[in-house]
Design a protein around this ligand. Structure first.
Ligand SMILES: C[S@@+](CC[C@H](N)C(=O)[O-])C[C@H]1O[C@@H](n2cnc3c(N)ncnc32)[C@H](O)[C@@H]1O
Ligand code: SF4
Length: 455
């Protein structure tokens, strides 16, 4: 007899990580020194076949959306943008000077994220990306350049500037198409604005358009979710990220601006996902990982089919590089055996770079056990199954995960652990049982007050 969903929720709707990294940030213990980090970059890019990806964080937004969990600076003061672009270029120069391999090995992916990259003027955007491109070797095959935009603050001129520099992928923040929800999240965004930026992007030659939607926002219900998905389908983006609303008011106090009773219960929240999922599948989209949908023509679908789907701080991606370098305030970089995060506050970030140093805030050096678990969590998050190499480890995990098996969330076939369909909503919980850091801290159910709830 399957366990009723209500009961599963009572047990498993707890605070667990989203696993965009392993170890997760609160479990980072040992930050690399700047020398260690630069050495790691040089070492990682030593091999001729190695490649890398670049993430650049633009923290500025003109207004605050009250659901937002991102690292932002809310300001209408655009005099900040030029000095910030200069700082980013300075930071990159510092890297190139100390790790010239960055100039020699192909850059396969660049992503501008935020905050709001289109806070920058067309001139600032060109200065930034041309400044970077003048110092690197772009991959000749499969080069991807993408930008995240807030359609309310995006112009054709900005998109043209980026397109001229080779950007061909765009992600539009939509969140929800219903006015009553938009009011509560302080983000009035009429359908026409989203439709226009979608069309302008396509006309300019952006061949991949993504929409970000969120389920679990205040005042969302089945009818409003259906409406949001139907509106999305009218514009038929190539990809949709359907994120679970992460409520983290201890990090983002603005999330307290709406009332708890405005939020759907865990059960209703999951129904919102299922409703949207059914509509996307019926419209021909393929479900990717735990929260994405893509048209069958999209490269993510091929990556999922071929077992090449990857997950990092930016979420799911369709390929993996040896290094992800993050520039800008709060950005996280990662390699096979290290994480490195920049200062989260702009003044500290600025001071470090003006001293001619990297703006290291924290990081982690992965030991061998971390590396093994990292691969396992990645496999579960991208493929929903995992081969455990030794019988002794199977025994340990089986014992630890017995409750999950009894509840029908996982199953074992020999040494292969699989997440069942019933287990999919609880994938974060399942990974938390493999997370050795969390298990040490809380062996009962692997939860921690530092994370958003799993549903
Ligand atoms: C870094 S934001 C940048 C988007 C851009 N500034 C905009 O507003 O359109 C990227 C995405 O993160 C998602 N996001 C932000 N806060 C979130 C939260 N608390 N829970 C779930 N998703 C969130 C939103 O879908 C958003 O579009
Ligand atoms: S959702 Fe986008 S625009 Fe809104 S506060 Fe967050 S980063 Fe800024």
């Amino acid at each position: 007899m399957p366990v009723p969903f209500q009961e599963l929720l009572k047990k498993y709707d707890v605070q667990v990580p989203r696993y965009t990294s392993y170890p997760t940030v609160p479990s980072w213990t040992q930050a690399p020194s700047q020398d260690q980090w630069l050495n790691e970059i040089r070492h990682t890019l030593k091999g001729e076949s190695s490649s890398w990806a670049l993430y650049i964080h633009i923290p500025f937004c003109e207004t605050l959306c009250t659901f937002c969990g991102c690292n932002t600076i809310i300001t209408k003061n655009h005099t900040q943008e030029s000095p910030y672009v200069e700082l980013l270029l300075k930071e990159f120069d510092l890297y190139i000077k100390n790790a010239p391999e960055l100039s020699h090995r192909p850059l396969r992916q660049i992503h501008l994220g935020g905050g709001t990259p289109t806070f920058l003027s067309p001139q600032s955007l060109s200065q930034l990306v041309e400044g970077i491109f003048s110092k690197v070797k772009k991959a000749t095959q499969h080069f991807e350049a993408s930008v995240e935009v807030d359609p309310r603050r995006t112009t054709k001129e900005q998109l043209l500037a980026l397109r001229k520099a080779g950007f061909d992928r765009i992600s539009l923040g939509v969140q929800d198409f219903n006015k009553k929800v938009q009011v509560l999240i302080n983000r009035l965004q009429p359908y026409e604005i989203t439709a226009e930026i979608t069309q302008v992007s396509r006309d300019l030659g952006y061949h991949s358009v993504n929409f970000d939607l969120i389920y679990g926002l205040p005042q969302q219900d089945l009818a409003s979710m259906k409406h949001s998905v139907q509106k999305t389908l009218q514009l038929r983006p190539d990809r949709v990220a359907l994120y679970s609303f992460a409520l983290v008011p201890w990090i983002k106090p603005a999330q307290r601006l709406f009332q708890d009773h405005d939020l759907p219960t865990a059960e209703k929240k999951r129904e919102l996902y299922e409703e949207a999922r059914a509509l996307f599948l019926a419209a021909g989209y393929v479900e990717i990982g735990m929260d994405h949908f893509a048209l069958p023509t999209d490269t993510m679908v091929k990556a999922q089919t071929q077992g090449e789907l990857h997950r990092n701080f930016m979420g799911y991606t369709d390929f993996k590089t040896d290094l992800l370098l993050g520039l800008g305030v709060s950005s996280i970089s990662e390699s096979h055996s290290m994480f490195h995060q920049n200062e989260k506050l702009l003044p500290k970030f600025t001071e470090a770079l003006e001293r001619g140093e990297l703006a290291t805030h924290r990081g982690h050096i992965l030991n061998e056990d971390d590396q093994v678990v990292r691969q396992r969590i990645l496999k579960l998050m991208t493929q929903f199954h995992l081969d455990v190499p030794t019988e002794s480890e199977v025994t340990v995990l089986k014992n630890r995960m017995q409750g999950l098996e009894e509840d029908g969330l996982i199953e074992w076939r020999g040494q292969t652990l699989s997440i069942t369909l019933a287990g999919r909503p609880f994938i974060r919980n399942i990974c938390s049982f493999i997370d050795e850091h969390l298990q040490k801290a809380n062996p009962v159910n692997g939860q921690s007050k530092l994370y958003s709830k799993s549903i």
